[in-house]
Every structure is written in structure tokens, then in C-alpha cells.
Design a protein around this ligand. Structure first.
Ligand SMILES: Cc1cc2nc3c(=O)[nH]c(=O)nc-3n(C[C@H](O)[C@H](O)[C@H](O)COP(=O)(O)O)c2cc1C
Length: 194
């Protein structure tokens, strides 16, 4: 495969753009198809497709936020109006959010960790695909990924877990990069133990 300087430079500079900085326009239907196709082209030991995706777009974004607020409001009647409003806005203003569900399956050779990692690759490739098409994106989980009632309301079936929600839209600001780890802190060379 020939060297690809554009891809190298993208990978050297890639950074997320948070939900608050995303705005319309989002991907067109055909761009979304491309984004989904890229995202589902990931390493998958055993070819078992241990993940699936849930799209939140249009009015469904507000409906999902309303239901998140209703779940929290019922559990915590003391919650202030601003906090409830924050829940209502969870899928706004991004034009598009894609939830990635880990769907682990019993397999004689592929442990669950590998299957969850494959789902994580789908989420990361959603970011890459969004950027490749000129959009911006970020990957969050938030409380509702880990809350059974909320996750079920958002589309998780039995035994499924959200590994992330990838918000996608057009960036309305140039985002500063965050500090990155020094390679010397995270990389060692293995040698025969003493
Ligand atoms: C699995 C996962 C879950 C995350 N969940 C959240 C979250 O709930 N809230 C948040 O503010 N950031 C969350 N983040 C971090 C954001 O993606 C953050 O924007 C990211 O670390 C920026 O890094 P980047 O610029 O290298 O993409 C999560 C990251 C990962 C990998």
C-alpha cells in the first residue's frame, strides 16, 4: 500500500470537538451511509460482528433527551430545572448522534474483552469517518450508557451495553488541542526479565 501523507497528517492532528461546539449541517443521507460503512469496517476477531449502531437524528434527539430527563426527574424529584434541561439537551445541538452498542456473544475462541474492543473501534472509526467527510465529532458515554433503564430506553437490548455515543456535526470553533502523553511515559521496550 503506498504511503498516504494526508492520512498521516490527519492522524497526527486528529482531535475531538465537543457537543457544545457542534452545529448544523450534519451529514447528508449518502454521507451518513459512507460514515456507517467506514465505521463498521473494523477488526473483529472471529467475524462475529459483536456490535450494532443506533442513530439519533431529527426529532428523535429531542425525544431522547425528554425521556432521559423524565427518568432522572422521577428518581430525583429534588433535581433543579437547569439539570433537567441539561438532560433534555443531551443530544442537541449536534445534528446527528450514533450510539454504539457492544453485543457480546458466547464464542469458544473470542473473549468478551476482544468483542468490546471491536465495538470501541467502531466508535473510534465513526470519529475518523466524520472527520474524513469534513465534519467534527466527539465520543461520550455519560451516565445513560451505564444505567440499565436509560440504556434500554435508548435502544439497548438484553446483554447489550453502549460503549459510546458519537456526536457528529459541523464545528463552530477552532478547538485547542489537549495535552498528549509523552511517549517516554507510555512506551517501553521489552527485554528478557532479570
Ligand atoms: C469510551 C469513552 C467515553 C467517554 N465519555 C465521555 C463523557 O461521558 N464525557 C466527556 O466529557 N468525555 C468523554 N470522553 C472523552 C471525550 O471523547 C474527549 O472529548 C476526548 O478524550 C478527546 O480526545 P481526542 O481529542 O483525542 O479525541 C470519553 C472518551 C472515551 C474513549
Amino acid at each position: 500500500m503506498p504511503a498516504n501523507p494526508a492520512l498521516r497528517d490527519y492522524l497526527l492532528n486528529r482531535r475531538s470537538v465537543g457537543l457544545a461546539f457542534l452545529q448544523e449541517p450534519g451529514p447528508s443521507p449518502s454521507e451518513l451511509e459512507t460514515i456507517l460503512t467506514i465505521a463498521t469496517r473494523v477488526p473483529d476477531h472471529g467475524k462475529i460482528t459483536p456490535w450494532r449502531l443506533v442513530i439519533f437524528e431529527g426529532d428523535a434527539r429531542r425525544d431522547a433527551g425528554e425521556r432521559l430527563a423524565a427518568i432522572l426527574g422521577q428518581r430525583r424529584p429534588d433535581l433543579d430545572a437547569a439539570s433537567l434541561e441539561a438532560e433534555r439537551q443531551r443530544f442537541l445541538p449536534a445534528p446527528l448522534t450514533i450510539g454504539v452498542l457492544s453485543v457480546p456473544q458466547e464464542h469458544p475462541k473470542v473473549p468478551e474483552l476482544e468483542q468490546v474492543l471491536s465495538a470501541g473501534n467502531v466508535a473510534f472509526n465513526l470519529l475518523n469517518a466524520a472527520f474524513a467527510l469534513g465534519y467534527a465529532a466527539s465520543w461520550v458515554t455519560r451516565w445513560f450508557a451505564f444505567d440499565d433503564e436509560a440504556a434500554a430506553m435508548l435502544g439497548a437490548g438484553a446483554g447489550e451495553r453502549f460503549v459510546g455515543f458519537v456526536h457528529i456535526g459541523t464545528s463552530r470553533a477552532v478547538i485547542e488541542d489537549r495535552p498528549r502523553p509523552a511517549l517516554s511515559d507510555v512506551v517501553t521496550r521489552w527485554s528478557v526479565p532479570d
